[in-house]
Design a binder for this molecule. Structure first.
Ligand SMILES: [Zn+2]
Length: 277
């Protein structure tokens, strides 16, 4: 599933290519036909992301809300666009920019694509935790939830109501980078540990937006061991089950926590409370 940096990158791209002009919106597949009719021919004011949610705001006050889920993708094409291929839920075509090509984008396979009114968007973003990629993010809101929770920190980091935008890769890699056992409870985490993790997360995810990919292994730990699959990021622990830890050579462990794969190094991330500092 795409993590938050992918959605923020998409939001920036859509903002640059479509905002400020009228867009034509349709649903070649038909499942979003009613929603598309509500925004078709209107001016797109801005595109923004909150965690893994993409929001297109229209001058009329309506929003198109997209969640890609596991299978959703946008395909961006310089116009004119050909006939839709496959199950295109939403097609958006820019019309209002004088210079450059008129861009179009086809959305396929999202878990959500719907028109929302402002109060519904407010309800959505209120349910979400702070997003490290948003300037308005308040890490205290996440800490408030974490420090009183008996759930493992690895589960809390994946809970979008605690922090919005983290997925399985950033979760595993962040915990490794801070030598924190994924099984430590939220309430056993120290405030300074959380502050350091948050600062690092902001840096990592911003780097992810800039580079268009996840970058988490520090250069001094990257001795050439390949990534877990072609065109995938090099990781410390994510999908490296049984491979030697890049720092201590202990085989990486794997378990399933709340239905999601979890990876960690039992030596670098020992169980139990650790001394800080
Ligand atoms: Zn290790």
């Amino acid at each position: 599933m795409p993590e938050g940096h992918t959605l923020h990158r998409l939001a920036r791209l859509h903002h640059k290519r479509f905002a400020g002009g009228v867009v034509r919106v349709s649903s070649p597949q038909g499942r979003f036909a009613d929603g598309a009719a509500l925004v078709d021919g209107h001016v797109l004011v801005r595109a923004e992301a909150w965690g893994k949610h993409l929001l297109h705001r229209y001058e009329s006050g309506l929003f198109v809300h997209v969640h890609l889920g596991l299978y959703g993708t946008f395909t961006e094409t310089a116009g004119p666009l050909g006939d839709p291929v496959g199950q295109v839920r939403m097609r958006m075509i820019g019309t209002g920019r004088a210079e450059g090509p008129l861009w179009g984008t086809d959305l396929r396979g999202p878990s959500a694509c719907e028109v929302l009114h402002e109060p519904e968007v407010t309800a959505l973003t209120t349910r979400l935790g702070p997003d490290p990629l948003r300037r308005d993010a308040d890490p205290d809101r996440a800490w408030h939830r974490i420090h009183r929770s008996a759930r493992p920190i690895a589960a809390l980091l994946m809970d979008q109501s605690v922090v919005a935008g983290i997925g399985n890769v950033y979760r595993a890699e962040l915990l490794f980078r801070h030598h924190i056992s994924p099984h430590r409870t939220g309430r056993a985490l120290h405030r300074d540990e959380w502050d350091e993790m948050w600062t690092d997360l902001v840096d990592l995810m911003r780097l992810g937006v800039r580079r268009g990919k996840i970058v988490v292994v520090r250069p001094e730990h990257d001795h050439g061991a390949p990534s877990y699959a072609e065109n995938k990021p090099r990781t410390y622990v994510y999908r490296r089950t049984g491979d030697p830890c890049r720092i201590c050579a202990t085989p990486i462990h794997h378990t399933v926590l709340e239905s999601r794969n979890l990876f960690w190094c039992p030596t670098c991330q020992p169980d139990g409370e650790q001394a800080t500092g």
